[in-house]
Design a protein around this ligand. Structure first.
Ligand code: BES
Ligand code: MN
Ligand code: ZN
Length: 490
């Protein structure tokens, strides 16, 4: 998606030549003397433009307006959230029409996050998955111009949002690809191609190296599959050498059949999305590559398939993780935690400031929180607060879940240090308690994105979440350089 930022008042917007224009109209709209303002004021007064967020009035070749297609969209209070809804409706209304370029005009100075919200929503509304279609449909929009009264005032937000959209779209692309087009090997290639950006390096480990590291748990999940596993290590190093990195760990199960604890057939195809955590890590690195913030970030992706086979792990098998802890695999379908635990142990070598894992981990989390908020677990209150904040401002919400030790009772077993499942009750939490055993050496958070990473039914497809949350969190970690503007001393 192509974006451009432009200084454009209502007056300028009236005479702006473009294929289509969306005018975002906030409650309490104050018209100027230009023709577009006048007609908008009249439409509101007559009740033809209702003030509810997302309500539209479409017009064609209006007298005094240079742009042929004009869509007035109510944007309510003008908050980022309302703007997102308004732009989604406005861009949606252009779908199927001839306009490939649109100019989105803010009739008031955009509120914090509103420009980003408009850009993310426009990209979202015009996204089309094409990789495995023989006659790909073109996306509805090629180019979006953002018209604001003062472009310099929102330049930083605009640039960040551009990088964010690129990251979200990369995450969607890989999550959407079917498992035969997104094998661990292909995922590793995608990671490697991110190393074309400055400051990004990528290293990929195969079975021999993973074995040498003692990742017995990760290897166990992969052993029933004909596709070779990959352990992907991405490094973005643009911060001071002395600065401890943030480590992102993404679950990269490229297909989850459940293994010997086989899943039922209906909707099993959706388990191609079980590498959405990994895809979000790729997306974040893409955004970092474009933005080049002064940070150190490591991305770790344990990637493999979970398949039933003569060589596959069986319920009751006990394996030894890289941490030395033994695990009784009571259910081979609880495989995400088995690949993540070894990645968490591997993360120790980076002496991280923070480790965040991102995983489509449990159906239970989907039941608990639905598709609105991701589940967030952390033993570090400051980290939990920062993630919650990042989610709110990026409109990529999460919700903190508990980690009381009593929840770990069900993971006890006579046959190993820990079992990989407890009962059905509190399934998202017991999964997090399992992971916590491997995250004792650093500040850690776990994002369960089972409900938020993709949509099912008619809208089936990846959402690109939680790239926005993660990028927002990371950018908030950049310490501003000392210098003019920042007072030192008193
Ligand atoms: N990838 C699934 C989680 C999942 C299921 C995400 C449905 C989205 C929709 C995960 O590997 C899994 O199978 N989890 C099991 C755990 C259970 C066996 C304790 C689950 O949630 O049923
Ligand atoms: Mn599973
Ligand atoms: Zn899974």
């Amino acid at each position: 998606m192509n974006f451009e930022l432009k200084s454009l008042g209502l007056q300028g917007a009236s005479t702006e030549k473009c294929e289509a224009m969306l005018l975002l109209v906030n409650d309490g709209f104050k018209p100027g003397t230009d023709s577009m303002s006048q007609l908008t004021a009249q439409a509101i007064k007559a009740g033809d433009l209702q003030t509810k967020v997302g309500k539209l009035l479409s017009a064609y070749r209006v007298h005094g307006v240079s742009c042929a297609r004009l869509v007035l969209v109510s944007a309510g209070d003008g908050s980022a959230k309302s703007v997102r809804q308004a732009v989604a409706a406005g861009v949606g209304s252009l779908k199927g029409g001839p306009a490939k370029n649109v100019t989105i005009v803010f009739s008031d100075a955009p509120q914090r996050g509103a420009v980003r919200a408009a850009m993310v929503a426009a990209a979202e509304a015009s996204y089309a998955y094409i990789s495995t279609k023989s006659k790909p449909e073109a996306r509805t929009l090629q180019r979006v111009v953002l018209g604001v009264a003062s472009a310099p005032a929102v330049k930083t937000e605009f640039e960040r949002a551009q990088a964010l959209v690129a990251g979200i779209e990369l995450a969607k692309e890989w999550a959407n690809r079917p498992s035969n087009h997104a094998t661990p090997t292909l995922l590793a290639q995608a990671a490697k191609s991110l190393a074309k950006f400055p400051k990004i390096k990528c290293e990929v480990l195969g079975l021999a190296q993973v074995k040498k590291l003692g990742m017995g748990s990760f290897m166990a999940v992969s052993q029933g599959s004909a596709e070779p596993l990959r352990f992907i290590v991405l490094k973005y190093e643009a911060g001071p050498k002395s600065q401890a990195p943030v480590v992102l760990v993404g679950k990269g199960i490229t297909f989850d059949t459940g293994g010997i604890s086989l899943k039922p057939a209906p909707e099993m195809d959706e388990m191609k999305f079980d590498m959405s955590g990994a895809a979000s890590v790729l997306g974040v690195f893409r955004s970092l590559g474009e933005l080049q913030p002064a940070l150190n970030v490591i991305g770790l992706i344990p990637a493999c398939e979970n398949m039933p086979d003569g060589r596959a792990i069986k319920p009751g098998d006990v394996v030894t993780s890289m941490s030395g802890q033994t695990i009784e695999i009571l259910n081979t379908d609880a495989e995400g935690r088995l690949v993540l635990c070894d990645a968490l142990t591997y993360a120790e070598r980076f002496k991280p400031r923070t480790v965040i894992d991102i995983a489509t981990l449990t159906g239970a989390c989907m039941i608990a929180l639905g598709g609105v908020r991701s589940g967030m677990f952390s033993s570090d209150d400051a980290l939990a607060a920062a993630l919650l904040d990042a989610g709110e401002s990026a409109l990529d919400l999460c919700w903190r879940m508990p980690l009381d030790d009593d929840y770990a009772e069900g993971l006890k077993t006579h046959f190993a240090d820990v079992a990989n499942v407890a009962g059905r009750a509190g399934g998202a939490i017991t999964a997090a308690k399992f992971l916590q055993r491997f995250a004792g050496k650093f500040s850690w958070a776990h994002l369960d994105i089972a409900g938020t990473a993709w949509k099912g039914a008619a809208a089936k497809g990846a959402t690109g979440r939680p790239v926005a949350l993660l990028l927002e969190y990371l950018l908030a970690q950049v310490t501003p350089p000392e210098g003019p503007g920042k007072r030192v001393g008193k």
